[in-house]
Design a binder for this molecule. Structure first.
Ligand code: SF4
Ligand code: SF4
Length: 742
């Protein structure tokens, strides 16, 4: 059909030229980023993730309705690539079919099924967008701040592709020999029957019009996609392929070399300008779909703060486009582009030519990202966990914090006290090493304190952590854990005054230098004692010791107390008796999302006869932060509702008698919140170790086991509500700690 192909081919060539130019522009922009080590290894694992997350739409399907709609659209687009081949073939030959499979009735059925499925999915997307229209419901919509107009254009274009495809196939059914499929292609034949009696010439004319329009809409969509957020159609599989493995949670991505010998005048720590981001971080920016899943889970956004992980990504993306445009046009002739030139590594001549042009980059903070946005983050990881295209928000936020702290010396004033305390006294409260063994005074058995080497007969080093050793409420948990371990016959020792802060709060705040000082000192101490196995009760210590210290020479097997207690119960070495209570469990972010430890704490609680376990709505992967992570425990919370109150309100809504957790930070934050709500008379905040011990106390009181500590019920398992802090946490949520004398 000579009247079809000129239009189709001309349009296609024009669109491909525009799209190709745009894709090359995007490529050169991403290549201008700094190196991102480790993204080109573990290809087997990357292939598995690609299959699961892109092919299987695993993350999207966590949200059932929109996930299913997206999955059908994705699979539809994949399958319907066949129909694009058929459309181009039909422009040359009306009876064209794909050799081998082009007349198979099953292929015809599948194509029609997905045309219909995509149309249904579009209706679902439209309803979701109307129900969650940000113009109507404001910031509670996950689409708040997204480009909603572009989303409607996208839906309209996809509908256009499907409708024109269906129409030309329907017209083909009216011309004997043109349509290659039997009646299994139900939708095509069904719509074709609606045409009524038409002549072959008329049917061919309709077919020609709709084939050309179909190709025009497809290539128009292609151009629109590469200029809009729907770029993710191409970028998502690439971004997922280069994502941090096994996930962008737990340890931070980078451990910069802080050795002064290796620093020079050009060394930049963190990200102060867009050119300081790695190519993977820039790829993240062009991949964001603006779906707002991250925003909907963010504890800062959900409590009225200005931080939205989606808007952070979008703002950085706008800055990237703005600066790259400047570079490409060479509109600013005031500064050399040395940083970006280095970043290309000389691999791309085109990228080089782009970055040789002058720079005009703004400071990310405060010119692109407001300081209130930056410091609101608790590094809880909910955004990373939810993002369907594997964007790594936490690393980008901490990189910006690093620049602010290490290069600009700008951070919330109250954080200075915490940093000084860690540096001078070895703990965030500044209470000092001498107090680290005070919690053992309430025990009626001795625990070895390692002076030189770990005793041969001792299996574990119990890393108590600053809160566990120094905060009165957290000390009760530490005592419970110690008694339970002792009762189960687990051998363990303490570092006592030799233990020092792991540096986690300093690192999350951006003070990488202090973190590395603390880490190297602790690695040296642990290595000198010959420690191999560590029990950590604080998930932040658990994360640092186990996942971050290896980058600085640490090599220890680290187990969280919930894992060990779960094992001891399963092995019958601890036998819960009875505790009649409704218990809800709050997932600590650094134990749950960051470390994937969801079941062991629950198994401990559920092992206790009499306990009725109730889940909060936001639990496990979707657990809601307590507000303490990311060093927020030591920062004022001046904007919006306090995160710990939001979480406690949810916990109280379950009707639980006990809000349990497995982190001293969470315990302190939740205990403060239940008191603030004046519900501490009826609701207790307890660590899972305290729940377990509470159930065992009556049995132990009557037991004559030599391993049993001779403690009273009240001593052994006091709830958070019964505990009166002596020193306090030193940092009540919303208030800084008093500085301790040096
Ligand atoms: S890490 Fe948590 S607080 Fe920070 S942006 Fe992500 S969801 Fe929000
Ligand atoms: S960062 Fe991820 S979750 Fe957030 S809007 Fe973008 S694509 Fe969606």
């Amino acid at each position: 059909m000579l009247d079809r192909y000129p239009v189709a081919l001309a349009l296609s060539a024009f669109a491909l030229a525009i799209a190709g130019r745009r894709l090359f522009y995007l490529y050169s922009m991403v290549r201008a980023g700094k190196p991102a080590p480790g993204r080109l290894s573990h290809w087997r694992r990357r292939a598995e993730v690609e299959l699961a997350e892109v092919g299987g739409q695993k993350r999207l399907l966590r949200w059932r309705l929109s996930g299913l709609a997206h999955a059908f659209t994705f699979w539809g687009f994949t399958i319907l690539l066949l129909t694009i081949i058929e459309a181009y073939g039909d422009t040359f030959q009306p009876t064209f079919h794909i050799p081998g499979i082009g007349t198979n009735p099953i292929v015809g059925f599948i194509e029609d099924f997905f045309i219909v499925a995509v149309l249904v999915a579009l209706i679902v997307f439209s309803v979701i967008r109307l129900v969650y229209d940000p113009k109507r419901i404001g910031r509670s919509s996950r689409f708040y701040g997204s480009h909603t107009g572009a989303a409607w254009v996208t839906l309209a274009l996809i509908a256009g592709v499907m409708i024109t495809l269906l129409m030309y196939r329907a017209a083909q059914t009216r011309v004997p020999g043109d349509f290659p499929y039997s009646h299994w292609a139900f939708a095509s034949w069904g719509v074709g029957s609606l045409f009524g009696p038409v002549s072959v010439a008329t049917a061919r004319a309709i077919e020609t019009v709709f084939i050309d329009v179909n190709i025009a809409v497809i290539v128009g969509f292609l151009v629109f996609v590469v200029y809009s957020k729907h770029l993710h159609i191409f970028m998502a599989p690439i971004n997922v392929a280069f994502s941090r493995q096994p996930r962008a949670l737990g340890a931070l991505d980078k451990t910069p070399d802080m050795d002064v010998e290796n620093l020079d005048a050009d060394t930049v720590f963190g990200a102060g300008k867009i050119g300081d981001l790695t190519w993977k971080q820039l790829l993240d920016l062009v991949t964001c779909t603006e779906c707002g899943r991250c925003q909907s889970q963010c504890p800062a956004w959900n409590t009225g703060k200005p931080l939205s992980p989606k808007l952070v990504i979008m703002d950085l993306r706008d800055e990237m486009f703005r600066t790259h445009k400047k570079k490409s046009l060479g509109s600013d002739t005031t500064a050399p582009a040395s940083t970006s030139t280095e970043a290309t590594g000389g691999d791309s001549a085109k990228a080089k030519s782009a970055v040789k042009a002058p720079l005009e980059e703004r400071h990310l903070v405060p010119e692109v990202i407001d300081p209130d946005v930056l410091w609101s983050c608790t590094t809880c990881g909910a955004c990373v966990e939810q993002c369907p295209v594997d964007i790594e928000h936490v690393d980008a936020i901490v990189d910006m914090r690093r620049y602010e702290v290490l290069i600009e010396s700008r951070f919330p004033s109250e954080a200075g006290l915490m940093l000084r305390n860690i540096e001078n006294r070895g703990d965030p409260w500044g209470l000092g090493a001498a107090k680290r063994l005070e919690w053992t005074e309430a025990l009626d058995f001795d625990i070895p304190v390692v002076d030189d080497r770990m005793p041969e007969e001792v299996e574990y080093l119990f890393w108590v952590g600053c809160a566990g050793a120094l905060d009165e409420r957290a000390r009760k948990t530490t005592q419970s854990i110690a008694r339970l371990l002792h009762q189960a016959g687990v051998t363990f020792a303490l570092l006592g005054p030799k233990e020092s802060c792991t540096g986690d709060p300093a690192r999350r705040l951006g003070n990488e230098y202090l973190f590395q000082m603390q880490a190297m000192q602790n690695v040296e101490t642990l290595s000198a004692t010959g420690t191999k196995k560590v029990i950590a009760s604080c998930p932040h210590c658990f994360n640092s010791l186990g996942k971050e210290y290896p980058a600085l020479g640490g090599d220890f097997e680290v187990i969280h107390h919930s894992q060990l207690l779960g094992r001891l119960v399963a092995d019958g070495r601890l036998r819960p008796d009875r505790f009649d209570a409704k218990v809800t469990y709050h997932d600590p972010c650094y134990l749950g999302r960051h470390s994937r430890v969801y079941d062991p704490p629950r198994s401990v609680i559920e092992s206790v006869p009499g306990v009725q376990s109730i889940e909060m709505h936001r639990c496990r992967e979707r657990g809601f932060c307590c507000g303490a992570g990311g060093a927020r425990m030591w920062l004022e919370e001046r904007i919006g509702k306090r995160v710990n109150l939001e979480r406690m309100d949810e916990a109280l809504g379950t009707g639980a008698d006990v809000v349990s957790t497995a982190c001293p930070y969470c315990l302190i934050m939740l205990d403060d919140a239940v008191k603030e709500r004046q519900r501490d008379e009826e609701v207790s905040v307890m660590d899972i170790a305290q729940v377990l011990e509470r159930s065992m106390a009556p049995a132990r009181l009557g037991a004559a086991s030599p391993a049993s500590p001779q403690t009273t019920l009240d001593d052994s398992a006091g709830s958070g509500a019964e505990m009166v802090p002596e020193t306090g946490s030193g940092a009540p949520p919303g208030g800084p700690a008093p500085e301790q004398p040096a």
